[in-house]
Design a protein around this ligand. Sequence first.
Ligand code: ADE
Length: 239
Amino acid sequence: MRIDVITIFPEYLAPLGLSLLGKARDRGQVDLRVHDLRDFTHDRHHTVDDAPYGGGPGMVMRPGPWGEAIDSLLAERPELVPGLVVPTPAGRRFHQSVAVELAARPWLVFACGRYEGIDQRVVDHYRKRLDVYEVSLGDFVTSGGEVAALAVIEAVARLVPGVVGNAESLTEESHTAGELGGLLEYPVYTRPTTWRGLDVPAVLLSGHHGEIRAWRRAEARRRTASNRPDLLDQPRTGA
Ligand code: ADE
């Protein structure tokens, strides 16, 4: 899978070289490239923002550099149509099911906005040419789309076949259909059996697979009822 990220802070994406994703890049499973939006400006100060029409606080990202940056990527692979992911607090809530949808695409381009956002005509224009995903991480605001891009890329890349060594670990996690049917994941334990006076639940040491499965299911339900009762009312399942 190919992933391009356009940002005014390329260093922000450095963590994509670490851990599972870093290994996936080294193995050639994910071809990840980060681009500086300022390379697509033509003035001496590499200006990417301007005052909002209609007034109001803050600055808006100019459409010109975005159009040039995205067009330059599209020209590299004219036979492919990427999904354009635009992280924004005004987007649709990101969910595991969207990660599954994005992971099935051969190419994603992330447009990381800053300031008050990107001129709306950028999304309006590319909607006519590409599938555009305006996604929000949740009901809070970060200073730019980079943190959200990191989160979305990690969620997507681990679903690319071969990136996670043990594919089974993908089927029993929170927000995913499968064993847990959309419940939050049950609590997990490892050695030692007693830590600071707290014991590992005895059933997990019993070797009774049926009882362990039933206990995990009950714990997943209890946790979901406590932390995310909305998921019980209206189960949304992932893959
Ligand atoms: N950019 C700023 N806030 C964001 C959020 N909550 N989700 C995605 N992108 C954002």
